[in-house]
Design a protein around this ligand. Structure first.
Ligand code: NDP
Length: 402
């Protein structure tokens, strides 16, 4: 009997719950909790219809540690899958320590009032988790998550030493809206408008947001896209755990319409995170903007096209330089057909389920706070092929990346 408690019933929460429900032998009992229980009940109804599985639902404010502890003590789960927002990571980790529950998330902690994310806050829990005999797995989504595994897998099987890493995230999907984000709009916009940082010769170099771009042609006919260099959290852990890396960069594709809207919204102050006074009320512009934008969990039926996310690694094997590209391509409509979600939520939710499976089955279970690449990638990569995110490797892909 393994009970898993999922917190967050948004786009990603929906996919993780579906994928766990599909594996009744591994996840024998599921509880789905969120701020708004109506959303949990909607997902529960899908599971009943799709798989004939009944799950429990609950309401919880994950900013409130005593509330979380009471929920954990009531349900006594083996582990928590945190797919609420990055703001809740620390409160959920605190509650896990108090109630003796293992922990997994898909995004690192970010304070609500500072658009800055780093692992330090969560790495500081290392000793407490270790002493409590509990495991916390950080960043088990796609990027971070699968991208950390791709890097670890390439480093293990293709190289003696890795030197250059480029993570390339292309979303070739079209939802037909002039402007919408594929995951939580507030988190997405905070990430995209942040200054760019990339790793070069032992330090992070800061450049203006979206100031470096190039064209990238995806394999298997997905097409050519403009990709922009930006900061992404896995750069911090990967450069720490692979000190041989000389340069690490993260690239993401954006369409012209998205960039034009973002520029205008930024220019008029709509992406600000500082509260402003409006008609006697304090409002945060980016939170107000989120209310106006389409809910990412509703994009599924309208999104067509494919995602292509992978890692290009250059390094040394047997004294010779070589390059390896490992990638996954996922079709938005295929995801919708399977779990009624678009591919961004799907590609995040599947690795979250697989990370949890690695913990439940004991393959990765060890006390402490871990980033994905610190754990052996082979079983995880095999499960990616098994559960909807198959991947391919191209040796010497011939890319001319800057
Ligand atoms: P959504 O906004 O769609 O969903 C977030 C959910 O969390 C909502 O159901 C929301 O409830 C709930 N929630 C928010 N605050 C609280 C709270 N205080 N207490 C309880 N529940 C709360 O976001 P996504 O599903 O798109 O993203 C979920 C997570 O996944 C985020 O942390 C995001 O950064 C991460 N992510 C990671 C990716 C990766 O590849 N690693 C990629 C995409 C996302 P309500 O609706 O009631 O407000």
């Amino acid at each position: 009997m393994t009970k898993v408690l999922i917190i967050g019933a948004g786009g990603v929460g929906q996919v993780v719950t579906h994928k766990c429900a599909q594996l009744a032998d591994v996840f024998t009992d599921i509880v789905l909790a969120s701020r708004n229980e109506v959303k949990c009940k909607k997902i529960a109804a899908q599971l009943e219809k799709n798989y004939g599985r009944t799950i429990e639902t609950a309401q919880v404010d994950a900013d409130n540690v005593p509330e979380l502890v009471a929920l954990f003590n009531h349900h006594k789960p083996f582990m928590v899958i945190n797919v609420a927002l990055p703001y809740q990571d620390l409160t959920i980790m605190d509650a896990c320590l108090e109630a003796g529950v293992h922990y997994l998330d898909t995004a690192n902690y970010e304070p609500l009032d500072t658009a800055k994310f780093e692992y330090k806050w969560q790495w500081d829990y290392q000793e407490r988790f270790e002493k409590a005999g509990l495991m916390a797995l950080l960043g088990s989504g796609f990027d971070p998550g699968a991208t950390n595994m791709f890097t670890a897998y390439i480093a293990k099987h293709y190289f003696d030493e890795i030197h250059y890493l480029d993570i390339i995230d292309v979303n070739g999907g079209d939802h037909g809206y002039p402007f919408a984000t594929n995951f939580n709009p507030e988190i997405n916009i905070r990430e995209v408008t942040a200054e760019c940082r990339h790793w070069e010769n032992g330090e992070f170099i800061t450049t203006p947001a979206m100031s470096t771009q190039q064209s990238f042609t995806c394999p298997d006919g997905v097409g050519s896209y403009n990709i922009f260099r930006m900061y992404h959290e896995e750069l911090e852990s990967l450069t720490k755990h692979y000190p041989s890396i000389k340069r690490a960069q993260f690239w993401m594709s954006f369409g012209d319409s998205y960039l034009k809207h973002l520029e205008v919204l930024g220019n008029v102050g709509m992406t600000g995170i500082e509260p402003i006074e409006f008609q006697g009320q304090q409002i945060v512009p980016i939170q107000f903007l989120k209310e106006l934008l389409p809910d990412p969990s509703t994009l599924g039926p309208r999104t067509k096209g494919k995602t292509c996310i992978g890692c290009v690694v250059r390094g040394i094997k047997d004294g010779k330089e070589k390059t390896v590209y490992l990638y996954n391509i996922k079709d938005h409509q295929d995801c919708y057909g399977e779990v009624q979600s678009q591919a961004i939520s799907y590609t995040t939710g599947v690795p979250a389920m697989i990370g949890a499976k690695m913990m439940v089955e004991g393959i990765w279970m060890q006390p402490g706070v871990w980033n994905m690449e610190q754990l052996d990638p082979d079983a995880f990569m095999a499960d990616m092929n098994e559960y909807g995110l198959s991947w391919k490797v191209i040796e010497e892909p011939g890319f001319n990346l800057i």
